[in-house]
Write a protein that binds this ligand. Structure first.
Ligand code: ADP
Length: 587
């Protein structure tokens, strides 16, 4: 019901006004009645005293005459009794026929010398009378005033009061009704505005004057609506900025809810899939790539960033997918098109491989002929022999470089197939040590394997646990060891000792075996460590070149390790030697 407040207010006003009118009526009526009675009583007492005075002093008239005259003057019944209560005169009846009046309450009081008063119904006339008796010598006098007149006046007064109250009530109701209408209209307006704001119309305002509490409520609602409108505008603006930013990106972005529905996608994402993204539709309807879906799901459930490579989103194109969890569940995935990058990368690798391959034959021939010339006879050349030597040395260096470049290009491109098999770590260490034993001895370096094969000795059962076999391609790992030991000889020979070893390594949840090559030479300062495995990165260029280095050894080692699912790193401190460590997964 729309006017509920109006009717409530009106009902309250009605009750209050009616109660006030009724209370006023009753109080006014009774106050008026009691003052009238007091007045009559006082009047009658005075008249009775005058009556008594006359009885005492008027010797000219008989008692009966006096009673008749006083009754007439007072408009009341006059009675005179003697001290025994016997009626001596009465204005209405014959005293002889009247009973003894000594027991009448007013007379009883008067006979004891006081003014007696009483109000009661007359036994003879049946109407209420006010009796006042005053003592006289040898008896008492009394005036009796009929109260029926007073009651008639009272009834009339009451009628007028009720009429007056009814008119006042009506007028008050009119005023109350208009006040209620005014108040309820203001409240209804506030309710209407609140409903509009709730439905999203943030520009709705009450605009009431702040005269009273309702006005203040209206002002507070207007102020709150203003603040909400401003905050909403700010949020909308930053949302639009974000959308523009995301749409202008080259990468495709898609947000997925925790139950796998598309929440949002940018324009590049829309262009990527032929069927376009549909909001609130399952993401699997748009992108069916299992790697992408797994990454999104993993990011949602584990709350961690997941990356993967997806190749079946668009046929013939590869994407790098990064899925990050969203704070309120779900995930946002960024898809970077790798096709072009990979194509360029492949072209570069192919080019390097081709160039290296093409250079091989002429270099071998330069090397061969310069060596032949040097072998023929030293006298024939005289001082030119030195030039010939330089040609041979540089041809050899170029051959090494092309060889390393070719190896690196093949490993990187995945062209080189690794035949992995379970190999006991100790065998890999022995292979490496064997092939460098003579060279080390020639350079007076002590090359040894640290006894690491035993992991732990279980004393209770007397058994010995050895390192588990690793999954490795013997040839390739031999190449890694060769590069590392070769470096240790070149740069760490001053330490006079090279240690080879293997130990258990924890890699994520899986176990692996960590191999290391440790030297005690000059070491590498820490700023070089992160870049050491980049191709052509050399700490001391001149020294590397002089010792026949190509700057590719560690890069090759790194790519071989990556192809094995392993990792490689270096630990070193200047003047405290270096340790190169690589980890292979267990078989
Ligand atoms: P290079 O053919 O120059 O030896 P690498 O890739 O094998 O190329 O090594 C890169 C650089 O790392 C080297 O030039 C050298 O400065 C540094 N390096 C490698 N191993 C060691 C080591 N054991 N001690 C000190 N420096 C080293």
């Amino acid at each position: 019901m729309k006017n509920r407040i109006f009717f409530k207010l009106l009902a309250v006003f009605l009750i209050v006004i009616a109660a006030t009118a009724a209370t006023l009526d009753v109080m006014l009526g009774s106050a008026w009645e009691s003052s009238l009675r007091t007045e009559i009583e006082r009047n009658l007492t005075q008249k009775t005293q005058l009556f008594a005075h006359r009885v005492e002093n008027d010797r000219a008239h008989s008692l009966t005459e006096i009673a008749a005259q006083e009754a007439l003057a007072a408009g009341a019944r006059a009675t005179i009794i003697d001290a025994s209560g016997k009626v001596l005169a009465d204005s209405e009846s014959d005293p002889a026929s009247m009973e003894n009046h000594a027991a009448r309450k007013e007379f009883a009081a008067a006979l004891t010398g006081q003014t007696g008063k009483n109000e009661r119904r007359s036994a003879t006339l049946g109407i209420p009378f006010l009796y006042v008796a005053v003592p006289v010598s040898g008896g008492a006098v009394r005036l009796a005033y009929p109260l029926s007149d007073v009651e008639a006046v009272q009834a009339q007064v009451n009628r007028r009061l009720i009429w007056g109250s009814t008119i006042a009530l009506f007028l008050a109701l009119l005023i109350a009704a208009s006040a209620s209408i005014w108040t309820s209209r203001r409240l209804e307006h506030i309710v209407d505005v609140a409903v509009r704001i709730e439905q999203g119309d943030l520009r709705a305002r009450v605009e009431d004057r702040p005269l009273d509490e309702i006005g203040r409520v209206a002002a507070a609602i207007d102020k709150t609506a203003g603040q909400v409108e401003r905050s909403f505008a700010a949020v909308r603006s930053s949302q639009r900025q974000l959308e523009t930013l995301l749409n202008s990106m080259q990468d495709a972005v898609i947000a997925v809810s925790s139950d796998g529905l598309v929440q949002w996608a940018n324009q590049p994402m829309d262009r990527l899939v032929p069927q376009h993204t549909r909001l609130n539709a399952p993401v699997v309807e748009t992108i069916r790539d299992p790697d992408f879906l797994a990454a999104v799901k993993a990011a949602t459930t584990t709350k961690q960033v997941k990356t993967t490579r997806a190749t079946s989103i668009v046929p013939g194109r590869a994407f790098d997918v990064t899925a990050a969890p969203l704070p309120d569940g779900g995930a946002v995935a960024v898809l970077r098109d790798l096709t072009e990058t990979e194509r360029v990368e492949k072209t570069r690798r192919d080019f390097i491989a081709n160039v290296s391959h093409e250079l091989r034959t002429p270099l071998t021939s330069i090397q061969g002929y310069s060596e032949t010339l040097l072998d023929v006879s030293s006298e024939n050349f005289g001082p030119n022999r030195e030039f010939l030597e330089i040609i041979r040395k540089n041809a050899a260096r170029m051959a090494r470089l092309t060889e390393d470049l070719l190896t690196l290009a093949r490993v990187e491109s995945g062209e080189t197939r690794f035949d992995t098999e379970p190999v006991p770590p100790i065998e890999l260490l022995h292979d490496a040590e064997e092939s460098f034993r003579e060279i080390a001895r020639g350079q007076e370096v002590d090359l040894q394997i640290v006894e690491t094969n035993v992991v732990e000795t279980n004393e209770d059962h007397g058994s010995v646990e050895t390192l588990p076999s690793v999954r490795a391609d013997r040839e390739a790992i031999h190449q890694v060891f060769s590069n590392l030991i070769d470096n240790a000889m070149k740069y760490g020979r001053s330490g006079g000792r090279i240690l080879l070893g293997a130990r258990p390594a924890k890699r994520g949840v899986e176990f692996g075996v960590e191999f290391y090559v440790q030297d005690f030479g000059a070491g590498i300062s820490s700023e070089h460590l992160p870049r050491l495995f980049e191709r052509f990165y050399r700490v001391d260029k001149a020294r590397s070149r002089e010792s026949g280095g190509t700057g590719l050894g560690l890069a090759i080692a790194k790519h071989i390790m990556l192809a094995h699912g392993g990792s490689i790193r270096a630990e070193s401190e200047l003047n405290h030697g270096s340790t190169f460590l690589f980890t292979l997964p267990t078989a």
